[in-house]
Design a protein around this ligand. Structure first.
Ligand code: ZN
Length: 244
């Protein structure tokens, strides 16, 4: 399985950047997890929008879905230009009906609801979900392909259930919207210390910090998390690719 960071800013994209978006590839199947602002432009450095096989969304905050509309336009226009590809399935939860409805667009994309307490099969990936602690319904994902495991926390303040959910993952993609001196609980986010603690207690093989803040020295996030977690830690930066 190959994981490529498309965008990693929390809340909104920093200048020339992108907010949440991660491309997972296995056996030629291209799955985009979240599709925030700036993701469509950045994705094209890796693959073309019409090459995506599926999209999976954690929740409906703009920094995770802002580019769904332009992704639909891209597929529509490439279809007009004569390219042939199937309707794109976009998986999202159905606890916000207005947002879920927007996932379907003409014959271009088709919204499908995942059932959070059931395993979702998408191409070669098996995905299980955990409801996070966030101001709107949001789901973390444990994604398995050929025995390799990626856990993506999506947006959440720390919750104990993450430890079991993330157990022994090959890669933990953990949101880290706050520095160690800040408390993200009321806004539904984690800080660097909590990300490190989660990685350590879940005994994951590596930690990537993402959903990053727009201020401060980001390397402090790594050094703070490393006080809790003894494994390798990196910041999610655009185009970072990890093969598992
Ligand atoms: Zn959010």
């Amino acid at each position: 399985m190959k994981v490529t960071v498309i965008g990693s800013w929390g809340g909104y994209p920093k200048k020339n950047g992108a907010s949440s978006g991660y491309l997972l590839e296995h056996n030629g199947f291209q799955l985009l997890i979240d599709c925030g602002s700036g993701v469509l432009a950045k994705l094209q450095n890796i693959i073309q929008p019409e090459e995506l096989d599926a999209v999976l969304l954690s929740h409906y905050h703009p920094d995770h879905i802002a580019d769904i509309g332009v992704l639909q336009h891209a597929r529509l226009i490439q279809g007009f230009l004569g390219k042939n590809f199937p309707s794109l399935v976009i998986y999202g939860h159905h606890f916000d009906q207005a947002e879920f409805t927007k996932l379907s667009f003409k014959e271009v994309t088709k919204g499908k609801a995942y059932i959070p307490n059931e395993i979702l099969t998408v191409g070669p990936f098996q995905v299980s979900f955990l409801k996070t602690s966030h101001p709107v319904p949001c789901y973390a994902m444990r994604i398995v392909a050929d025995g390799k495991v990626v856990v993506y926390t999506a947006d959440s303040s720390f919750k104990e259930e993450f430890i079991e959910f993330s157990k022994n993952a090959d890669l933990l993609l953990c949101e880290c919207n706050f520095y160690g001196y800040q408390n993200g609980k009321s806004s539904g986010h984690m800080n660097s210390i909590e990300a490190g603690k989660l990685a350590q207690q879940a005994a994951v093989k590596q930690l990537i910090l993402t959903h990053l803040p727009h201020y401060g020295d980001l390397s402090d996030l790594v050094s703070e998390a490393s006080k809790e977690y003894s494994g390798p830690i990196r910041l999610a930066v655009e185009s970072l690719a990890i093969s598992l």
